[in-house]
Design a protein around this ligand. Structure first.
Ligand code: FES
Length: 110
């Protein structure tokens, strides 16, 4: 057996691949295929299009990425999206009234 050929034929492993996960966000289930390293904030903004939570510092210091998970305030920038499976995530978009009236925090204050 030629050792050089055997080594060259092995695929390059770059990390875990995307997997199926269902996130419950603003009372709706969202099935996704994401890599385990995707942050909660990136899943919300880039995969679900919910851009109300902002990426400010991306270091858990500014609070711009705040969401609620099972009713508790959480910084979404440095936690993994897959850790939210089976939990209820609420974003600022989820605070709008049923008639579409935005929450005062979403509208901005004068
Ligand atoms: S982006 Fe600043 S705390 Fe998350």
């Amino acid at each position: 057996m030629n050792v050089d050929t055997e080594v060259a034929a092995r695929p390059t492993v770059r990390g875990p691949s995307a997997g199926a996960v269902t996130l419950t966000v603003n009372h709706e289930p969202w099935p996704l295929r994401i890599e385990p390293r995707v942050s909660r904030l990136d899943a919300l903004r880039e995969h679900l299009g919910l851009t109300g939570s902002k990426k400010g510092c991306d270091q858990r210091t500014c609070g711009a990425c705040t969401v609620w998970v099972d009713g508790r305030r959480v910084l979404a920038c440095l936690t993994m999206a897959v850790a939210c499976e089976g939990r209820e995530v609420t974003t600022i978009e989820g605070l709008a009234a049923a008639d579409g009236e935005l929450h005062p925090d979403h509208r901005g204050r004068r």
